[in-house]
Design a protein around this ligand. Structure first.
Ligand code: ADP
Ligand code: ZN
Ligand code: ZN
Length: 824
């Protein structure tokens, strides 16, 4: 008997053993997808991890039901990479599998309900009204329906409960149906109805269309397009669409030709993913300073595989990347170019396509699942050189021969996935991926993360610097506006000091653009009763609601729940509800009122929800169609606009005063990045930062563009308070529906861990948002010395959790416990 170890897309530890039926024996192989039963009735797509003759001990094995592939869809190094992720980030390999593979490759079964054919209502056990309605719907539709379908058709919210009572009464039966989410695309092709090389046969075809001008032309064009006219040309397939576009003949004409037997049409599955773009193949010529940096990178890689490129904003890091990508692609290898924000792929794609043409692959979560599957398959089939530009999830793509990993803006916190598991940092994961492939890695940033710069300082990473802007552009001047003083001097209009208004005005009058940055979307982050200070909060989460003017609703930014803005205060019944504070919507409104002649656009989560949202905004602003861009951190990262002379930071305070050891770093990086959008060409830019704490230490470093000064200050703080890079952190989160139980469990786990790790354990504490989506949250923190074995630490953690479950503390079975390793 043969057995296969199968990985399932479920949050369970380890893989599961299945037996391989005789008939499938030769087709079950490592990396293939198989359908397997799991649980009582469900089917899942599993991945074959290994095959052996050894039966498992202690349980009955089930059989593999079906093999889905004829070639592996997961490569061996990928599985190794998944294993590393699940070990390092303390999550199950199934969680990694779920995140890594597009849904379209994971066929799953769905529970379906149909009416029982021989059911008759029993007088002693009548159907309730809801049950009758449900049965009517089933009979009316006349087919099996999923729970989701039933919820939609009946409008009931708890269909599950209704169905389970009906099951007991024998009124319905349930079964499992496989749902394939991936939809392939088919296209119609057309070919000449004879052997191309057979000139006699061809002559006969021409005879058949003789006199019909359009058909003659179409036949000629078809022969031309398919390559039959030129001896040396490779023959290729021609779609009907292509033929129509190239000749102007209509589909009926082609149909008529088919009827005569001149051509034949056929349908074929095609990959949606087409490499697009025309290249001139010309790399940008580097300046002497850039060339020097490039050769230093190559030299540095002789010693270490990872090098940090510390280059000020607009120094031409992207140009260096292109040279490096070209270098590895010439060796026939692949490159991964990670960017922190999908918005960035837009500008980069056209820049890279100009050089690498159809070898540029873009990958991120805004693609449809079908498109992602097609990209995945394309990469499996094509082992040749290409470069992937992508966000976080592109580390999971099936690279076959990765030669280079570039992580641009390596300091960005958005590289860290917060929820759900795997809570990985794509930068660190990409470095591990590079090591597995024997690839070189380059981290790029104008403001490297403290951890990375520390590694570069201590020789673990190479360090190459690029300290001047391209074409002699100067770094912008940074000015602070003390908002307390401005208020006293009566210089404020809404969110704007007279200085910031003046700067935007000046830019406008010079035909230049401005960017206004505020790290909050919506209109106002809070509503408030002026009489009794009541603040509307989310019913599911412990946060105040953000007012969105366009929706005229209050929205919870944690769970998405939407509420009307009350007209009277529910606490004191006075009609004194007002909204307070600023979000991007309100800034946009005020700036519109201040500069009625300017065209303004806004870039935040709300304006970029659909796939082309970013592209349109960025294109408009690049082409000068709008003069002022208001946005959240999306506008801060790496975008290259020529016309921007002024940048305004509307409110720096929220960033500076976050209760978190990384808050200074995050604020400095973000401000320096936003500032970096200004004056990227000829004219020196100006940045105005509005704050109520102008004496905060980071501002002195910011106004001087003094990254190193900031680093020295910050690394001192980290050393003093034993934070990374001098320790490693693991946060442990405990979530529960019950407020008492969450405390009890957190206390019990904390005490247990303290016995094992002593004062390395901190907490439990209630995080700043103590309840999200109806679950109460507590947090424990583990601070581990850098030289300790993390493997051991993690084993102990896992064991302690098992003991905790065994200890029977109440509520533990319904609690959620998870780990956040290297939290951000
Ligand atoms: P960074 O990535 O360091 O912020 P970019 O690579 O975006 O900087 O460069 C800033 C601007 O200068 C871009 O518009 C880029 O096209 C231009 N630039 C930089 N280096 C060169 C070069 N060697 N040749 C032509 N243009 C360059
Ligand atoms: Zn009130
Ligand atoms: Zn909520």
């Amino acid at each position: 008997m043969t057995y296969a170890e199968v990985l399932l897309p479920l949050p369970l530890y380890g893989s599961f053993t299945y037996s391989v039926p005789e008939a499938l024996k030769s087709s079950v192989k490592h990396g293939y997808r198989v359908m397997v039963p799991f649980g009582r009735k469900k089917y899942y797509t599993g991945i074959v991890m290994s095959v052996s003759d050894v039966p498992p001990e202690g349980y009955d094995v089930k059989e593999i039901a079906m093999v889905l592939d004829e070639a592996p869809v997961i490569r061996r190094p990928q599985l190794q990479f998944w294993e590393w992720l699940s070990e390092y980030y303390l999550c199950s390999p199934g969680d990694v599998y779920k995140a890594a593979v597009p849904a379209g490759l994971k066929v799953e079964s769905e529970t379906c309900i149909e009416s029982a054919p021989d059911y008759e209502e029993d007088a002693s056990d009548r159907l309730s009204e809801r049950e009758s309605i449900l049965l009517q719907v089933l009979d009316h539709e006349g087919k099996r329906l999923s729970i989701a379908d039933l919820e939609r058709l009946t409008g009931f919210s708890n269909v599950n409960a209704v169905v389970s009572r009906m099951l007991e009464k024998g009124a319905v039966i349930i079964s499992e149906k496989l749902v394939e989410r991936y939809v392939s695309r088919k296209e119609t092709y057309v070919r000449v109805n004879c052997d191309n090389a057979d000139s006699q046969a061809l002559h006969m075809l021409f005879d058949l269309v003789k006199g019909a001008k359009k058909q003659e032309m179409a036949l000629l064009a078809l022969l031309e397009l398919s390559g039959a006219m030129r001896k040396s040309a490779e023959s290729r397939e021609v779609t009907v669409k292509e033929l129509v576009e190239r000749t102007g003949v209509t589909v009926p004409i082609i149909a008529a030709m088919e009827k005569k037997g001149v051509v034949a049409r056929y349908r074929k599955e095609v990959n949606r993913f087409k490499f697009a773009g025309h290249a001139d193949g010309k790399l940008p010529e580097l300046t002497p300073v850039q060339s020097d940096a490039l050769s230093k990178i190559h030299t540095s890689w002789l010693d270490v595989d990872i090098t940090l490129l510390h280059g000020v904003t607009s120094s031409g890091k992207t140009e260096l990347y292109m040279h490096l990508i070209d270098y590895v692609m010439r060796q026939g290898r692949q490159a991964l170019y990670l960017v922190p924000e999908i918005a960035l792929t837009t500008q980069l794609t056209s820049r890279l396509q100009r050089v690498f043409g159809d070898k540029v692959v873009i990958y991120h979560s805004k693609f449809s699942d079908n498109e992602r599957v097609d990209i995945w398959r394309k990469m499996l089939d094509d082992g040749g050189p290409f470069v992937v530009i992508g966000a976080r999830s592109s580390v999971f793509l099936p690279f076959s021969s990765l030669g280079l990993v570039i992580v641009d803006e390596e300091h960005e916190t958005s590289y860290k996935q917060q929820d759900p598991a795997p809570r990985y940092n794509a930068r660190d994961a990409a470095l591990v991926l590079a090591r597995m492939h024997g690839a070189k890695a380059l981290l790029g940033s104008a403001t490297p993360s403290v951890e990375t710069y520390y590694k570069a300082q201590t020789g673990r990473y190479g360090l190459v610097e690029l300290m001047e802007r391209y074409a002699g552009a100067l770094l912008p001047d940074v000015e602070l506006v003390d908002m307390n003083k401005a208020r006293l001097k009566n210089e404020l209009k809404g969110a704007f000091s007279s200085r910031l208004r003046g700067v935007v005005d000046e830019a406008l009058s010079q035909g230049r653009q401005s960017i206004l940055f505020l790290n909050r979307r919506g209109f106002a982050p809070m509503a408030l009763c002026r009489m009794c200070e009541w603040v509307p909060k989310c019913h599911n989460c412990d946060v105040s609601l953000t007012y969105h003017k366009r929706l005229d609703r209050m929205v919870c930014h944690y769970c998405g729940a939407i509420y009307p803005l009350p007209t009277v205060c529910p606490a004191c019944k006075s009609p004194a509800i007002e909204v307070v504070g600023y979000g991007t919507e309100r800034v946009e409104d005020e700036i519109e009122a201040l500069f009625p002649d300017a065209s303004i656009s806004r870039m935040d989560l709300d304006t970029t929800r659909n796939k082309n949202g970013y592209d349109d905004l960025i294109k408009n602003f690049s082409e000068g169609k709008s003069q002022i861009l208001v946005g959240t951190q999306m506008v801060s990262k790496g975008l290259d606009f020529a016309g921007v002379s002024a940048v305004g930071v509307v409110n720096a305070d929220a960033m500076v005063s976050m209760p978190d050891f990384r808050s200074s770093e995050r604020a400095f990086n973000m401000l320096e990045q936003v500032a970096g959008r200004a004056g990227r060409r000829d004219k020196k830019g100006l940045v105005v930062v509005q704050t109520r704490q102008p004496s905060h230490p980071i501002f002195a470093f910011l106004t001087a563009h003094d990254y190193k000064g900031f680093y020295e200050y910050e690394i001192g703080e980290r050393r003093k308070f034993c934070y990374p890079p001098f320790t490693r952190l693991i946060y442990i989160y405990i979530k529960h529906r019950d407020a008492r139980m969450v405390d009890d469990i957190a206390m019990a786990y904390g005490n247990m861990l303290r016995q094992l790790f002593g004062n390395r354990v901190l907490g439990p504490e209630e995080p700043s948002v103590g309840r999200v989506q109806t679950l109460y949250i507590r947090k424990l923190m583990l601070k581990i010395e850098v030289n300790a074995s993390m493997k051991k630490v993690k084993e102990i953690l896992r064991k302690a959790y098992e003991d905790l479950v065994g200890s029977g503390v109440s509520g533990i079975k319904s609690a959620t416990v998870y780990y956040d390793v290297d939290p951000y």
